[in-house]
Each structure stands twice: as structure tokens, then as C-alpha cells.
Design a protein around this ligand. Structure first.
Ligand code: PRX
Length: 636
């Protein structure tokens, strides 16, 4: 059995064991899974290349561990509980037996359509059960899934399809989202019109039954899947074969495809799920994330199913039909573990207590937070109003690249402190360093967050560009994985994540590269140059502030701003739309022509008290102009 930590002493001992002999520790965790062939060696690694291999020589299939392994012991237990967007529609359940059969049918349909081991399949789907089923069907036959969040634009989707040379796209016709009906298939059609020659089939799941255009590559999900056999042998996978690619933004260039492999990801997501949420048999667990992000991969699909849990999938949004929906659903399904993002908490908090106060919520045992720093006010509200003061909050820190939760309190085991992600999970060896790479020892200190030893679900590469992986994560500091985050270690050794130290911003828990947004803005014919920074936003955590230099005087500013926002939505997706657009005559630059983002960040945040020495700028006079046109009230 995967070890489930029970006491503080147990945590301390387990942590020590995991550090003193990581290979023995992880081998012990891995023993509890079904391996077609056991590994020959636990770990080989070199962070310089990087080259990281776990459970070398091991053969397995993650779906045998998510599904087949549970059939005898919990075949009739609900595996996936699906709650629809519309509260008046019935929810659906899939038992482990039913899910196994559906995954096998779908896997057979993929095979019948020419998909085999190593082929890439792109998903562009809302939160319907078929998304989880499709992902598992890929894993069943060794195909690599690349799920693209269904809020991205056609052009962003096309980029991802091309980068991974996907052979198939799986989508739905439309998506229910609150009161809206969003045309999903249309976005896929538009993406495919942007030259995606690798796509051979578009498999369309009928979700709403709305009108869609029908093209030569299109096939209906139900026509391909429903008649298939409910048995499909699991492909034998090497521990280090790719399980999936997931695109995420960085500080430069286009989003990169983070690669996770089968064996280590399986061991770590199950171990972390069981420990962080303290899941016990018959509990109902709900993570509100979208499967388009890593949180959905690791903690809606793989982690919970590996652990034999009942995992809920929610199609809707937190504010439909009103801001009490999350809590209504918690009561309805007697949810025991609830996992969401600070943005959602802040948005619901802003709607007023009346939406939460009328619900009982007494089944909740653990409530979690992920994706961005949770501020004290939101933490307090979550604790008092949702947890009623007796469900520990697990503020979980991790990244797409880490595959699983690395820093978190363990509920009821370690203490919690507002705004602190707290303690490292077993096997996680954290280090704080200064900009020169010197290790910062002791407590009560701040630095750049690094990890000095691999854990089983660390990324292996960035798809098709290993050098980029080396440069971004392993070259800043020798022999360390650099997270891109700054952190503080308090007197007792708890970690507080301060935020990104690179040009990545975190908007509503969604990672965005400032360069990506700038490139989109610069596509506007009237734009000469732009600079994008993050600024504190009450609900979103960070908002997007864009400084734009136009070619000529803009006569109709509101119309221009709308064009810029629409353009960004078209190139990336609505989530990347700037909140503030300031038209400027120039951007403050160093003598070598580098934009002084520090100054732009200060102005955007409204605090210009310490702008520092600007006399060395190429164009110091521009700072006054930037301040004069600021879209926020300035102090200092
Ligand atoms: O800055 C950190 C922030 O989100 C980044 C990772 O984003 P992404 O890969 O999209 O994964 C999000 C979900 C795992 C991190 O570098 N972040 C994530 N969790 C926290 C956080 N910041 C503060 N506190 C957290 N709990």
C-alpha cells in the first residue's frame, strides 16, 4: 500500500527516510502498484543534461493501476461522479467497472482510427466525462495525450497541434458554461484551417447537439465508440515512455510542451493524493480545476483513480446559477475533500456571505487551494465560512513541471499558517539560493526556490526541444531545478511562496508569459511596441497591464483598446485579455535597449514611491509621461 502518513512523528520520520535513502523510499511506494515487469534500477539522474529516469526497465500501464486493479475490490464503487452545468439536469456516475468498459471501448475506437503507441492525440473539450475517458483511453494504448484548455483560441490550439504533430483532435460540438453555449468544434475547424497537416481525424463528441459544420476528417464519437468491445488489452509501457504533454507558458517564446512519463508520475500522483487530501474509502473528493490544466490531470484523473477514490468532475462555473453553486454541490454530494483556486475563493467572497451561509458543509474534512498565493483575507474567509474552522486548509504549491504537489500542509498532521504552503512533501529537497546561486541557510530567510534532488514526477523534457528544458529549468543554478518562484522560509521552516521572479504572470491561477501577450498585441497594425506586466488585482491575484506605443495619435482610444483586447483573445484566448491598456509615447529603456520592467511594474501597481535611479536610462523623460497617463491611482 502507498504509505499514508498519520501523525506528525510519522511525517518527520517518513521525510527523513525519504531524504536519507530516496531510492529505497520510492521503491517501497512503487511496490504497491501493478507492474508487468518490475524495474531493474530505481533512479538514474543528472540535472546538467538533464537526464532523469525513474524505475528503469519497469513495464506497466497506468490504466491497469487506475482501473483494472480496482475491479475486484471496488468494481461497483463510483469512480467518476459528474455534476452538470445545469443544476436541474441529472448528475451521472461511472463505477470503476463502467469506467473500465468505457475506456476500453474508446481505446478500441482510437485504434480503429489508426492511433497507436506514441501517437499524439489532442483534446479540446469541456469538462464532460468523455474527456477523462478519452485521456485514459490514450494511456491504455500508449498514445500520448495533449489536452488543450478549451478556453484557448484557434490559433493557440493550432500552435499546440503543430508543435506535437498530433494525429487526431477530440472535441465536443458545444460547451455549456453558465448561461452560455460555447461553440467548441468551430474553434477546432478554425485551428485546422491554419495548416495542421498532421491531423487525420477529428472525433466529435455530441454534447449539446447544436448545429456544426461537418468536414471530411470529422467522425462522431458515438458512432466510433459505442459498438466497440469493452475489453482492450493494456499496452505495455516502459516507466519512461511518455504519458502526456501539457503546454505551459514561460518567460520567453511560445508555450512549451512539458513532458511527463508513465512510471514516476503514477507513483508520485497517487502518493501525494492520498497524503495531501488524507483520502479514505467512501470519501467523495472534488477538485474544481479543469482537466486542461495540470491540476486536473494529476488530481481529478490520475491521482484519485490510482488511489481508488470517488472523484467528482464539474462541468459548470462557480457562479451559475448563483455564487452558492460550489457549496450547493458540496452538500448535494456530501463532498469530503474540496480543492479549488484562490481566484474562485476571492470571487465568491466578494459576492457576500449569504451564498455560503445557507449551506451545511459539514461533510468537508479537508479544503485545498492551488495555483497562486492565497492572501490572508481569502484564507480566513475560506477557513471560517467554508471550513467552519474545523477543516484544515491545504495550501498546495506545485507546477505543471513538478507533476504533483511538492509543498503543502498535511491536514490534521502538520500545522497550518495563513499564506504558507508550509512543508515539503517526503522526497522533496528544497533549497533557497540568492541570485548568484549561494545557498541561503537557516530560517527566517528569503530567496529563490530550487530543488536539489529529483522526485518521481519531475518533468523529463520539453517536447521536441530538450535544450529549452535544460536552459529554462536546469541552467540558472548548477545541479538544481529552478522553479522560477521566490519564497520565504519562516522561523519554523515553513515555506511561503512569494510569486514568480521571472516574466511570467499568474492571472486567476493561469500562467501567462508577458512576451506571449506582447507578441499578440504587436500584431495590431497600429502598434509599434508594447510591454506587459502584472499588477495586483483584487479578484484575479494579478491582472494584465499593457503599455502600448501606437504608430500615430489614436483618435478613438476606447475603440483602439477594444481592438487590442479582441486581438489578444483571438491570438491566445480571452483569459489573456489585458485588464488595463495605457497608451504611451515610449517605454523606459536601458542604454542597451532593454525595457525597464521594474519601473513599469511599479507604475502599474500604483506605488511609485521607490522608482530607484532613473538617470541612467536611455530616455528618463519617458518615466514622467508613463506616470502621467497611469490607469491606476499613484501613491508616492
Ligand atoms: O508561481 C507558482 C504558482 O503557480 C505556478 C505554477 O503554475 P502552473 O504550472 O500553471 O501550475 C499551477 C497549478 C499547480 C508556480 O510557479 N503557484 C502554484 N501553487 C501556488 C502558487 N503560488 C503560491 N501558492 C501556491 N499554493
Amino acid at each position: 500500500m502507498t504509505h499514508q502518513i498519520k501523525t506528525l512523528q510519522d511525517y518527520k520520520e517518513t521525510y527523513q527516510k525519504s531524504i536519507q535513502n530516496p531510492e529505497a523510499f520510492w521503491a517501497e511506494q512503487a511496490e504497491s502498484f501493478q507492474w508487468q515487469k518490475k524495474w531493474d534500477k530505481v533512479l538514474e539522474w543528472d540535472f546538467r543534461n538533464p537526464n532523469i529516469n525513474w524505475f528503469i526497465g519497469g513495464k506497466m500501464n497506468i490504466t491497469e493501476n487506475c482501473l483494472d486493479r480496482h475491479l475486484e475490490t471496488r468494481g461497483d464503487q463510483t469512480a467518476i461522479l459528474w455534476e452538470p452545468n445545469d443544476p436541474n439536469q441529472p448528475h451521472k456516475t461511472y463505477s470503476y467497472k463502467e469506467l473500465h468498459a468505457e475506456v476500453c471501448r474508446t481505446a478500441n475506437a482510437l485504434k480503429a482510427n489508426g492511433i497507436g503507441k506514441g501517437d499524439r492525440v489532442c483534446f479540446y473539450m469541456p469538462m464532460v466525462p468523455e474527456l477523462a475517458i478519452g485521456v485514459l483511453a490514450c494511456a491504455r494504448i500508449g498514445a500520448i495525450h495533449s489536452v488543450v484548455f478549451a478556453g484557448f483560441s484557434a490559433s493557440a490550439l493550432a500552435d499546440r497541434i503543430k508543435d506535437a504533430t498530433c494525429k487526431m483532435v477530440i472535441c465536443s460540438d458545444y460547451n455549456h458554461r453558465g448561461a452560455k453555449n460555447i461553440p467548441v468544434k468551430k474553434v477546432v475547424d478554425d485551428a485546422l484551417s491554419m495548416d495542421c497537416p498532421s491531423i487525420e481525424t477529428v472525433l466529435v463528441h455530441k454534447n449539446t447537439g447544436g448545429d456544426i459544420a461537418w468536414n471530411s476528417l470529422d467522425k462522431w464519437w458515438h458512432e466510433e465508440v459505442d459498438h466497440q468491445s469493452p475489453d482492450c488489452p493494456a499496452e505495455q509501457m516502459d516507466s519512461e515512455d511518455i504519458l502526456f504533454i501539457l503546454y505551459t507558458s514561460g518567460s520567453t517564446g511560445k508555450p512549451k510542451g512539458v513532458v511527463h512519463t508513465c512510471g514516476g508520475y503514477m507513483v508520485y500522483t497517487c502518493f501525494s493524493f492520498k497524503n495531501v487530501f488524507q483520502y479514505h474509502d467512501n470519501d467523495v473528493y472534488w477538485c474544481t480545476a479543469d482537466i486542461g490544466w495540470i491540476t486536473g490531470h494529476s488530481y481529478i484523473v490520475y491521482g484519485p483513480l490510482l488511489a481508488g477514490a470517488t472523484t467528482m468532475m464539474f462541468e459548470g462555473v462557480p457562479t451559475y446559477p448563483d455564487a452558492g453553486r460550489f457549496w450547493e454541490v458540496c452538500d448535494k454530494h456530501k463532498v469530503n475533500q474540496f480543492y479549488t483556486a484562490p481566484t474562485a475563493i476571492r470571487a465568491l467572497m466578494a459576492k457576500g456571505d449569504k451564498y455560503v451561509d445557507k449551506y451545511d458543509l459539514s461533510t468537508l474534512k479537508v479544503i485545498g487551494s492551488v495555483g497562486e498565493p492565497i492572501n490572508q483575507e481569502a484564507w480566513d474567509w475560506y477557513n471560517e465560512k467554508v471550513g467552519k474552522g474545523n477543516s484544515p486548509i491545504v495550501d498546495t504549491w506545485w507546477q505543471t513541471e513538478t507533476g504533483g504537489i511538492l509543498i503543502t500542509p498535511l491536514p490534521g498532521i502538520t500545522d497550518t499558517k495563513p499564506c504558507y504552503a508550509s512543508y515539503p512533501m517526503p522526497g522533496i529537497q528544497l533549497e533557497l539560493v540568492d541570485t548568484a546561486g549561494n545557498i541561503i541557510e537557516g530560517n527566517g530567510v528569503e530567496g529563490l526556490l530550487c530543488i536539489k534532488y529529483p522526485w518521481p514526477s519531475i518533468l523529463r523534457t520539453t517536447y521536441g526541444d530538450h535544450e529549452r528544458c535544460r536552459q529554462v529549468y536546469f541552467s540558472t543554478f548548477e545541479d538544481k531545478y529552478f522553479t522560477g518562484d521566490g519564497a520565504r522560509r519562516d522561523e519554523e521552516g515553513r515555506y511561503r511562496i512569494i510569486g514568480r521572479v521571472d516574466d511570467v504572470i499568474n492571472v486567476s491561477g493561469h500562467r501567462m508569459g508577458t512576451a506571449e501577450v506582447e507578441n499578440a498585441i504587436n500584431e495590431h497594425p497600429a502598434v509599434v511596441e508594447s510591454a506587459v506586466v502584472g499588477y495586483p488585482h483584487e479578484i484575479k491575484g494579478q491582472g494584465i497591464y499593457a503599455y502600448v506605443i501606437p504608430q500615430d495619435t489614436i483618435k478613438d482610444e476606447p475603440a483602439f483598446e477594444k481592438e487590442v483586447r479582441d486581438l489578444v483573445a483571438k491570438v491566445i484566448g480571452p483569459i489573456a485579455k489585458p485588464d488595463q491598456i495605457q497608451i504611451v509615447p515610449g517605454l523606459p529603456k536601458t542604454r542597451s535597449g532593454k525595457i525597464m520592467r521594474r519601473i513599469l511594474r511599479k507604475v502599474a501597481s500604483g506605488d511609485v514611491s521607490q522608482l530607484g535611479d532613473i538617470s541612467t536610462l536611455l530616455n528618463p523623460e519617458i518615466v514622467e509621461a508613463v506616470k502621467a497617463g497611469a490607469k491606476v491611482k499613484l501613491v508616492g
